[in-house]
Design a protein around this ligand. Sequence first.
Ligand code: NAD
Length: 542
Amino acid sequence: MPKGIYQIPYPDNEPINSYEPGSPELKSLLAKYDEMYNQSPIDVPMYIGGKEVRTNNKMPMSPPHDHAKVLGHFNYGDASHVQDAIDAALKAKKDWSDLPWEHRASIFIKAADLLAGPFRDKMNAATMLAQSKNVFQSEIDAACELIDFLKFNVHYMQEIYSTQPDSQDGVWNRLEYRPLEGFVFAISPFNFTAIAANLPASAAMMGNTVVWKPAESQMYSAQVIMELFKEAGLPDGVINMVTVDGPVAGDVVFKHKDFAGLHFTGSTGVFQHLWKEIGNNIGNYRSYPRIVGETGGKDFIMVHPSARPKQVSTAISRGAFEFQGQKCSAASRAYIPASMWEEVKGYVIEDVKSFKMGSPADTSNFITAVIDKRAFDKIAGYLDFIKEQKDAEIIVGGNYDDSKGYFIEPTVVVTSNPHFRTMEEEIFGPVMTVYVYEDDMFLETMQILNETSPYALTGSILSQDRYAIDLACKTLQDTAGNFYINDKPTGAVVNQQPFGGARGSGTNDKAGSQWNLIRWVSPRTIKETFVTPTNYRYPFLG
Ligand code: NAD
């Protein structure tokens, strides 16, 4: 047991490499990208109890911007592998949860330092190849955000452990932050390497063991995450990675009596389905499972007539189109006053026409490909639908081409209908829909915004008028878990803007904060009495 009240090294946000043309860090990253692109096809295993598990069912992995290229395969498992992963997690549980917390802390701080150093290029290049992120989008996700998650979560763990109750004379009260009884199931989305690693790591850090199912389209970078944890000294069986069909995994996990918690990030529909599955099995569990889910968004930019047009257009260009709009926080609807629209429209069209689109290996490309054929077809379907409607018009973009990669032109739509389909539904692609309102309808337009979609993830107000900002803060109180004033609604930074939404957007347990970590423990209150009573009679009995 620890023989000291240790203080972990105080964390700071990881500085972001700018990757300017000609810089040594860009040369080094592109060399790693080339090396990984050209290496012999790799064979990504499952990791169960520290063993690499392979099957005969090999699934190809290709870069979304270059789908004819096969980078390698991953091994597709079945229900038996899920059962093996649960067994491995339960077997590893006692040793892991008994390990003094400072050793758990060390492993994850070490993982962060390895990622900041020797693993940085590899994790970034894998993310460029697997998810088609440009160098900057990879850097802020796979390197910086993940380093921040790992370091700050260790800091929050220490804060949680230090949060202790009051004790009166003769008594010492303590809170012991036990891990959950059983195992945690982490299911991650394709779009952030940092989220993929953080979902299993945050629960593991608090002493839990985990079965992790990454998204199939993120397997190439998922493997690098497992290599990183292994190198940092994470013991076998603490995080077990399985690559199986979601419903197959769910069928085994949600029927298991030791299922103790779900850490999910992905779409709202899938999360609601999983919650129902858990509900259907609620009588079978040892404990009530923790259910944490961060899900979809229909994120907005609300513009007051006092806003600066160039600031509005830049918020749209960056907020809607970086990483092809495949961020849960990406702006996808904007409400713009009529007096400003012509000017904003001109700037936005100019910006969008200046975007270059192509492979992330060419760093002059701002836009790369969307994740896969399914996403491409879905987004293309929306564009075809818009083209046929009378109450909406595409003012820039609208084309798509999947001959080499899954490329969709960044698209801006203007609608006269504030309830137009693309004002309400999450598309998860580079499509921004604008509703132009009469200047004197600012409040009424915000009321429409508030009632327009089931989501409440991110949103922003742009205004130079402080009364308008205050009105927006009040009127839009429940429309966003992350609300931005005079900024785009994307780019949350760990320890600066804890992230999560409400309504249909999730349980709002704020990734990158102690509110998330607290979900992975079940506190035990211990009261110790120093002079124990020996007579039952209270004074009032005389
Ligand atoms: P998705 O819902 O399609 O998949 C997420 C994960 O769930 C994947 O691993 C998938 O294989 C798995 N899955 C799907 N069906 C399943 C089932 N029946 N049982 C078990 N697992 C199942 O989402 P995606 O396309 O990977 O990611 C995009 C979505 O994620 C968007 O809706 C986006 O808004 C959301 N997202 C939200 C946040 C947030 O913090 N709120 C962050 C990132 C992404």
